[in-house]
Design a protein around this ligand. Structure first.
Ligand code: DLL
Length: 435
């Protein structure tokens, strides 16, 4: 639950509150909150009771933070097995919102929030926006999609919580975004970095000067991006660009945020999220400061507690700079085969499900990632069944494009061939030609 302290530190600006707490204070708070979280999960989510018992641990075995390693991990597969509401820890009538993100089989991962969870989330997004340079009274254009994705509504509530003005344009419809930008004169913009580069190109193509807008601040995330993209966005729009990180299973955006004064990686809001960096194969901790898989345990969630959630994101933990809390290095890769296209997460298996529905196609395929202008682009290269006519192939191509758009929510190209070599042994499903 958000405490008064959280809000003070968001709104009173520099050097006050929990964001500047000492390491001892943070550790004490984490230990207390972790104890409560382990108990909450054990007593209210059947999966956790069973999983703890199978590992021979009880919440009372947790005395200090290092004891967390005694407890089992949570992965997407567990959430899927309990689809849709089996992991909720409160009665259904206390759930005030549901979000979802894509899963490996096309079945989404469903997450729920109580009123307190929504309040905590809004507070952490407000804190993130503030750290990124947004101030009360600013106008903030939110170009993340609104809906089951946590980006749009997550940012929306945070902007309001900070006391800024939200302009909820949602994603896409670039012409409309440009008109809003021209007419409403936002001070800040949030969205995926690849989409913002697209907006930049469109403005230039239409003879607009992107530096003409009053936008001072850009907060970008939901997908990996690079220092080079930061330079292009900062110079192109004439603003300060920072990185925002989060994932729906752990909360949504606002788990970590880069501070505008240092732009040196993302401060993890350690009063709410406990990080571990593990070797993805052995699942043992890596030495301090080394890269590994980020595992997060949120410590203040009511509706949807998750213990040791495997994010599959690769990063390392760095000491605090602008804040006393530790930082995550820019997240540049994942250790599984999730593809992120304009903020939408998808897995090769989701495309496969659509491919096998068409008798003209064979489940021999590859997902080829490339750059189209500045945006990531996906081409599905698929093998057709023997003896198909050119007309049948053309029809299947149209159908598959449409099915991907309608059911997965991304636009792709489809290239149907006589033969697709997806590698010997374990099929190589992703071909990355972006660099
Ligand atoms: O993408 C939440 C979000 C919305 C974050 C808006 C930031 C801004 P999911 O759809 O569950 O949630 O996807 C989570 O996206 O595990 C990462 O692989 C990736 N991701 C998110 N933020 C970043 C980032 C939202 N700043 C997955 N850098 C995560 C790199 C990111 N990858």
């Amino acid at each position: 639950m958000a405490s008064a302290l959280d809000i003070v530190s968001t709104l009173n600006g520099p050097q006050t509150g929990i964001e500047y707490a000492s390491r001892d204070e943070i550790t004490a708070l984490q230990t207390e909150r972790m104890k409560n979280t382990l108990r909450h999960a054990y007593y209210n989510v059947p999966h956790y009771k069973k999983a703890f018992e199978e590992k021979g641990v009880h919440p009372d075995d947790f005395r200090e933070l290092k004891d967390l390693t005694l407890f089992p991990f949570t992965d997407k597969s567990i959430l899927r097995a309990n689809y849709p509401f089996g992991m909720f820890a409160v009665p259904r009538e206390q759930i005030s919102r549901i979000h979802a993100s894509s899963g490996t089989t096309g079945q989404p991962t469903v997450v729920g929030y109580t009123r307190n969870d929504i309040e905590t989330w809004a507070t952490l997004v407000a804190r993130s926006l503030h750290a990124g340079g947004v101030r009360p009274g600013d106008r903030v254009q939110v170009t993340f999609g609104y809906g089951l994705f946590t980006g749009g509504l997550g940012l929306h509530y945070g902007v309001e919580k900070l006391g800024a003005t939200v302009i909820p344009t949602s994603g896409g419809q670039t012409d409309r975004q440009l008109q809003v930008m021209r007419d409403f004169q936002p001070d800040a913009i949030v969205g995926t970095p690849s989409y913002m580069l697209n907006v930049l190109d469109r403005m230039r193509a239409e003879g607009m000067d992107p530096r003409d807008t009053p936008m001072r601040v850009g907060i970008f995330g939901a997908e990996p991006w690079t220092e080079g993209m930061r330079q292009d966005l900062e110079q192109g729009f004439g603003l300060d660009a920072t990185d925002i990180y989060g994932l729906s299973e752990v909360m949504g955006p606002g788990v970590a945020q880069e501070c505008v004064e240092t732009k040196d990686g993302l401060t993890l809001w350690e009063d709410h999220f406990y990080p571990e960096i593990l070797d993805p194969v052995t699942l043992e901790p890596v030495p301090d400061g080394e890269v590994g898989e980020l595992v997060i345990t949120p410590m203040t969630k009511e509706a949807f507690p998750v213990i040791r959630y495997r994010t599959h994101d690769l990063t390392r933990l760095l000491p605090g700079t602008a804040r006393s809390m530790r930082r995550l290095d820019r997240i540049s890769a994942r250790n599984d085969d999730m593809i992120i296209l304009r903020g939408v997460n998808c897995f090769p298996s989701q495309f496969e499900e659509l491919i096998v529905e068409d008798k003209n196609l064979r489940p021999r395929y590859q997902c080829v990632l490339s750059k189209r202008g500045r945006m990531d682009h996906l081409t599905l290269v698929v093998e057709h069944a023997p003896g198909r006519t050119a007309d049948e192939i053309a029809h299947s191509q149209l159908l598959l494009r449409k099915a991907v758009k309608d059911r997965i929510g991304v636009s792709v190209d489809v290239d149907i061939r006589d033969q697709v070599d997806s590698g010997e042994g374990k099929a190589k499903r992703i071909v990355d030609l972006r660099n």
